[in-house]
Design a protein around this ligand. Structure first.
Ligand code: BGC
Length: 922
């Protein structure tokens, strides 16, 4: 570089404010998150945590330091509220704010830069944003308003509509924020436009304890002069039908609380309190709206312009002001429920005169939008269902008491677009009746509705059935993410069943970013814990006060297993700190009732290994022999939860507790061995499930493991190499077969097409995962409609196995949040390639492998600041290259060992391309 150029560069750098010259080539951090969310509005944690990704593709790239700067948004150029300064450290996730107190209702902007291993600074990131919610109860200035429910219990009136006029004058609004929540569900509008795109707000919590509020930026919707805020209130979980229970489980009267906060040009805040301005009516078009039953909407009662200035509301009345509920108001910090996509129907049939069935081609959740026409007053009915009867009409028997029916009474316009709200349905088919003219395929659009979870993993391989299985797993997963994790989305149940959630939790974390969703749900779980420490069977638990539905093995244990999963996947220590006492009390509650350490007392409804092989209704299938003895099952979970509690204690530095629960877990394990195991390796009951759990939770002495594995293999052979396991033990069994060197048998179970198997479901046309292995059997038909959901994720937990062993991505418990992980694909002759990825909190892991021309090739991307143990299957471990040279000479690669059929390597971050002769399996 000539002296002149050097001087010019130096002068450029010298002009950069803040000292550090930008380093060309060292890109700014990206994907900034605050409390796991992108630019969240209205959070209520006093020290929010920040995460970012380092963008540096070099081998061995890692962050050596960071600097975070937070400003009030209205003073972006002034004093920061927090400047961390340069902090040495490799961590770029969950860095807690440590500046001046964040103010209620204020908006903030933050940015970050990092330093690399050579101490070179990156560019500053693009600014990211967050705002604080209303932090103190006193910050809520406005009342709860609504109309009282009809006097007869259980009778619900039409939805309440509310409107408030207000005027904005004087100094212009720099920012206007609406805080809103309801007892019931609400949707707000401002000057004729919908506010935000959430549906089913304020989502489901135990409304007696905790009600979430939502925060909206309404600046662009406001006008100078007169404005109108409108709201519709519907029953939702609060007053509508919930799960197995009657209406009005939480309460009867619906009410809205909404407050507008305006930040003026001079930075001062003005609160618009609507109380006296509210007008209300129940004369609107929403005659009924229920989550399980659907809606009844009368288009003739629409009031055009009701949510805009100039509307004559003289027939409306002043609403009632309700006493504030006792529950705490908390900010919603989980990804909202939204319409996330559209589906075009794939077929339209007319099974009966005047009845039209649209096939969306995919079992899904949400509803449809329909273009209808007919005379005023004509009812058009949409019946949603998951399957068809042999005559082509919709099969509704398995919906039990959930009507899943929307009725629209037409206004009589030449064509009317009708669409429900305040409900959701689980369906693939919709049968429409009452149309004036025959419809065409395009008259219906499916609207997909669920918690809008950020992307997680992707999976693809050379086997079409497995790709379909993964698609079915993901659809079933999303169908059951309705602000709480539900068992099913269609029948009158849809509860946050804990056993289902724990067994699916890791598959869920592979599919999507579950951090904020499960953080919210674990608060629901704590809310539903009984004073004596028992966890519920489902959370939220609308009948927690009755003591029913409590304390079931493997269901209650979700209160320990799920937070541990979140810690493993997202390195969330704060969650463990928040949750530890609760988890410990669960284990204590079991111990106090079972002092001999066999969990036989207080097992509630004791579901055991639900829907195991003994529940199948098939010819030529054993009636007995699959079900694990209940004491064995329960005691295995008692040990497992106790062991996890000790590990939680260790992770958060409570070493005394760690030692105490390790001792207890050791004692339970000893008792388990004494009571349930014999010296030949038999686990009482001699079931697939018994061996699976005993092996998976490491309950057996090392010396007995091979014998127990042999018995597990025999137990699988007894069922002609099919699963005889239920919800809880299927994936543990699949995992243990791999761990013990029987991956081929696990693959057999995975690839089976005969019943019971995942392949069988797919061959019957399943587009989601069924509740039962024999949900539908060719020639026999559907299982008992009293319990036969076609969209239950529990046995879809095998998605976890597919990520772990086909792609080969495994979290490492000792290094949570994928700081270190293992990549170990397990090959099988029927698969020639697989590829996929996982967006972890530290960046994206990518894996793609192929067996071709006698070679095994694996491409791997390891995110900056992380490292991996890679175990490669190989036909000739002495021949392994990376990027075309011997692997041992490749930077960032350390060959740990080369056995007869595999090579073990440690790699730094970066992109790697390995190649070795394919193992003999091919
Ligand atoms: C639900 C399950 C749940 C079970 C308890 C069923 O009705 O649908 O998914 O876990 O009850 O055994």
């Amino acid at each position: 570089m000539s002296l002149l150029v050097t001087l010019a560069v130096w002068m450029l750098c010298a002009q950069v404010p803040g000292g550090e010259p930008p380093q060309p080539g060292l890109a700014a951090p990206s994907a900034l998150r605050c409390e796991y969310l992108a630019d969240p509005m209205g959070i209520d944690v006093s020290s929010p945590r920040f995460s970012w990704l380092v963008s540096d593709p070099r081998r061995g790239a890692r962050q050596s330091g960071y600097q975070v700067v937070v400003h009030r948004e209205d003073a972006a150029a002034g004093e920061p509220v927090w400047d961390s300064g340069k902090v040495a450290g490799e961590e770029g996730c969950n860095i807690a704010f440590a500046g001046r107190a964040l103010e209620s209702g204020r908006a903030y902007t933050w940015k970050v830069r990092t330093w690399d291993a050579d101490d070179r600074a990156s560019e500053w990131s693009e600014p990211a944003h967050f705002s604080m919610g209303l932090l103190a109860p006193a910050d809520w200035k406005c009342a709860w308003v609504g109309l009282p429910a009809p006097p007869e219990p259980g009778v619900r009136g039409p939805a309440t509509m509310l409107r408030a006029r207000f005027t904005l004058g004087g100094l212009g609004a720099r920012r206007a924020t609406l805080y809103a929540t309801a007892l019931g569900l609400y949707e707000c509008r401002l000057n004729g436009r919908r506010i935000g795109d959430r549906v089913l707000a304020p989502e489901w919590t135990d409304y007696r304890t905790r009600i979430q509020y939502q925060t909206y930026d309404v600046t662009p919707l406001l006008t100078q002069g007169e404005n109108v805020l409108g709201a519709v209130l519907a029953d939702g979980w609060y007053a509508g039908k919930v799960g197995l229970f009657k209406r009005e489980t939480y309460g009867r009267d619906l009410a809205l609380r909404a407050q507008l906060q305006v930040e003026l040009a001079d930075g001062s805040m003005q609160v618009v309190v609507f109380d006296g301005s509210w007008r209300a009516t129940s004369g609107g078009p929403w005659l009924a709206a229920d989550i399980l039953d659907g809606v009844r909407y009368d288009g003739r009662r629409q009031m055009s312009g009701w949510d805009r200035p100039g509307f004559d509301d003289s027939a409306w009345i002043a609403p009632q002001i309700f006493q504030p509920p006792a529950a705490a108001l908390v900010a919603q910090m989980n990804d909202p429920v939204r319409v996330t996509g559209s589906m075009r129907p794939v077929a339209l049939t007319r099974p009966k005169a005047g009845e039209y069935v649209f096939d969306l081609g995919q079992n899904m959740t949400g509803w449809v939008r329909l273009l209808a026409s007919g005379p005023a007053g004509a009812p058009v009915t949409l019946q949603y269902a998951e399957a068809l009867n042999p005559d082509g009409t919709v099969y509704t028997a398995n919906l039990r008491g959930a009507a899943q029916r929307d009725t629209f009474i037409l206004a009589g316009r030449p064509s009317e677009m009708v669409e429900p709200a305040f409900t959701y349905h689980g369906f693939r088919y919709v049968q429409v009746s009452g149309l004036g003219t025959p419809p065409v395929l395009d008259d219906v659009v499916g609207r997909v509705v669920h918690s809008d979870l950020p992307p997680g993993g992707t999976f693809e391989c050379s086997d079409a059935m497995l790709n379909k299985l993964m698609s079915n797993i993901v659809w079933t997963h999303l169908a059951n993410m309705q602000s709480t994790p539900t068992d099913c989305p269609q029948r009158d149940e849809r509860l946050g069943w804990m056993g289902d959630a724990q067994v699916f939790a890791q598959a869920a974390c592979f599919n999507r970013d579950m951090a904020s969703f499960f953080t919210k749900w674990l608060a629901d779980v704590r809310d539903a814990q009984s004073p004596d420490g028992a966890y519920p069977d489902f959370a939220p638990n609308p009948v927690v006060s009755t003591g029913k539905f409590m304390s079931v093995p493997a269901w209650g244990d979700a209160g320990v297993i799920v937070p541990w999963r979140i810690y493993q996947n997202y390195a969330d220590l704060r969650l463990l700190q928040t949750h530890f006492e609760s988890a410990r009390r669960w284990v204590d509650s079991i111990q106090s009732r079972n002092p001999d350490l066999v969990w036989h007392a207080a097992r509630g409804n004791d579901y055991n290994d639900w829907l195991n092989g003994d529940t199948l209704k098939l010819d030529d299938w054993p009636r007995k022999g699959a079900e694990i003895p209940r004491d064995v099952f329960a005691t295995a979970f008692f040990e497992h939860s106790t062991r996890l509690v000790s590990r939680m204690a260790h992770a958060i530095g409570r070493e005394d507790d760690a030692a105490k629960y390790t001792r207890l877990a050791d004692d339970i394990r000893r008792v388990f061995q004494e009571k349930f195991c014999t010296p030949d390796g038999t686990v009482e009951g001699d079931t697939q499930a018994g061996y699976a759990l005993a092996l998976h939770f490491d309950l057996l002495p090392q010396a007995l493991r091979p014998a127990a594995v042999a018995k597990l293999v025999q137990a699988v052979h007894r069922y002609n190499d099919h699963v005889a396991t239920g919800f809880i033990s299927t994936v543990p069994m699949m995992e243990e077969l791999v761990r013990a060197g029987h991956a081929d048998l696990a693959y057999t179970l995975l690839l089976n097409r005969t019943i019971p198997s995942w392949g069988y479901m797919i061959d019957q046309g399943a587009t989601t995962v069924w509740e039962r292995w024999d949900g539908y059997v060719a020639g026999r038909g559907f299982q008992d409609p009293g319990m036969n959901s076609l969209a239950h994720y529990a046995i879809g937990s095998v998605g976890e196995w597919m990520y772990r062993h086909i792609l080969g991505i495994n979290p490492d418990d000792e290094h949570p949040g994928y700081r270190h992980f293992e990549v170990r694909p397990v090959l099988h002759p029927s698969l020639t390639w697989a590829r996929g990825s996982l967006r972890t909190i530290r960046g994206e892991i990518r894996v793609d492998w192929v067996v071709a021309e006698g070679q095994f090739r694996l491409g791997l991307t390891v995110p900056p600041g992380t490292s991996a143990r890679v175990v490669l299957p190989s036909g000739d471990p002495t021949h392994l290259t990376e990027g075309g040279r011997p692997a041992a000479e490749s930077p960032g690669v350390h060959v740990v060992s080369a056995g007869s059929s595999e090579v073990v390597l440690d790699v730094t971050s970066g992109r790697f391309d390995f190649e070795t002769p394919a193992p003999s399996v091919h």
